[in-house]
Design a protein around this ligand. Structure first.
Ligand code: GLY
Length: 369
């Protein structure tokens, strides 16, 4: 008998084999699904930070099946993202998310040389965002020249990858400078992490923290906690600095303490008890990070927590019908701004749930490095 993770992975693959052609018909990159339709990103078209998750999902299914259907769908959207490097204006530090899971995955799984060049191009763009005062700039608004965010820990993998590819240590050096800043400025004594820290862009001096997508200043936005957990785990896998592993474990322990009894994840670990606001994307990301942490440390508690999270998602929040084109429900983009989606299906939730299932069945190609 198949175990439930194998079964869920197969069911997910069949579901997307049925629903992906509807995105191809419109030549769009799905951001979420609602009312039987794929919806593109609400902001910045294909240049929005989430564009890589759809091709990443297709590459996960391709790695498991070698079915050309998934390769073609991944490459259709990889081409749209490659065009965004020429447009340029929408791109920010999230080129790691966008290009590791699209062009980077293509190169990794097929050896496509143009895809390798595109991934190196993306790494060079990320290098261009480095402020020698000690951090990688997150966003482009002129008022945000000093903003760095915890999510960037995931994007650093693109830099470590580029150093390995080129033999040029600059990329990894910049990643390490940013990671050391994140260790010093984002990680709090209780094992939680801040979402946004604003620095003086001239001196690198810390100016203030911002609540960002969380509930309030000083609170614990759960997706930010998950980015920190998985991001520091990846930094350790890339650079083997013990302080990164220690940070990943510290953040993991805090995250695990906040997993709900039903295995789902609140949008913010400090939100009022009266507020039912779930972000299942956070749980799916954390499950992926915890499964990698278990491999690094052989601590079974991380695997047990990853299974609690994955089981919670499978038990309560997967829509296997075709009424909804995507899979994972109750995803929330941001605590206070519902514009990008609240308690709905969002593609990067589908990506991380699928990555977790792929890890559990042994087919994950590890697209982050
Ligand atoms: N990286 C942006 C977010 O998690 O919403």
């Amino acid at each position: 008998m198949q175990n439930r993770y194998e079964q869920a992975f197969q069911q997910a693959m069949e579901k997307f084999r049925r629903t992906a052609p509807l995105a191809a018909e419109e030549n769009m990159i799905p951001y979420k699904s609602e009312n039987g339709r794929w919806i593109p990103s609400p902001y910045d078209g294909n240049g929005w930070w989430t564009g890589g998750f759809w091709p990443g999902l297709m590459w996960q299914f391709y790695a498991a099946s070698r079915d050309a259907f998934f390769l073609e769908e991944a490459r259709r959207t990889e081409a749209l993202l490659a065009e965004e490097m020429r447009v340029f204006i929408h791109l920010n530090h999230d080129v790691g998310f966008m290009y590791l899971l699209s062009a980077g995955a293509d190169w990794k799984l097929t050896g496509n040389e143009q895809a390798r060049q595109d991934t190196l191009h993306a790494a060079s763009l990320l290098m261009g965002r480095f402020n020698p005062a000690g951090f990688i700039r997150a966003w482009n608004h002129p008022s945000q020249a000093g903003f760095a965010i915890i999510d960037c820990m995931m994007n650093l993998s693109l830099l470590y990858w580029a150093s390995r590819q080129t033999g040029d240590p600059r990329f990894a050096h910049v990643a390490d400078i940013h990671a050391q800043t994140a260790l010093r400025e984002f990680l709090r004594p209780d094992g939680s992490v801040s979402h946004i820290i604003e620095f003086d862009p001239l001196t690198g001096r810390r100016v203030r923290e911002h609540a960002g997508q969380g509930y309030a200043l000083g609170s614990q936005w759960s997706r930010g906690q998950a980015w920190g957990l998985y991001g520091f785990t990846l930094a350790y896998m890339n650079a083997e600095k013990p302080e990164y592993l220690k940070a990943a474990e510290t953040i993991a322990k805090n995250f695990i303490r906040h997993i709900r009894p039903d295995g789902l994840t609140d949008c913010d670990f400090c939100q009022p008890d009266s507020e039912e606001r779930i972000d299942n994307i956070a749980g799916a990301i954390a499950a992926c990070g915890l499964l990698e942490l278990e491999k690094l440390t052989e601590n079974q508690a991380y695997r047990a927590a990853a299974l609690r999270l994955t089981d919670g998602l499978l038990d309560h929040c997967c829509d296997w019908t075709d009424q909804r084109l995507g899979l994972l429900t109750r995803c929330t983009a941001s605590y206070h701004d519902d514009g990008a989606g609240r308690h709905t299906n969002i593609t990067y939730g589908d990506y991380f749930l699928t990555e977790a299932l792929a890890k559990l069945r042994g087919s994950d190609p590890m697209l982050w490095r």
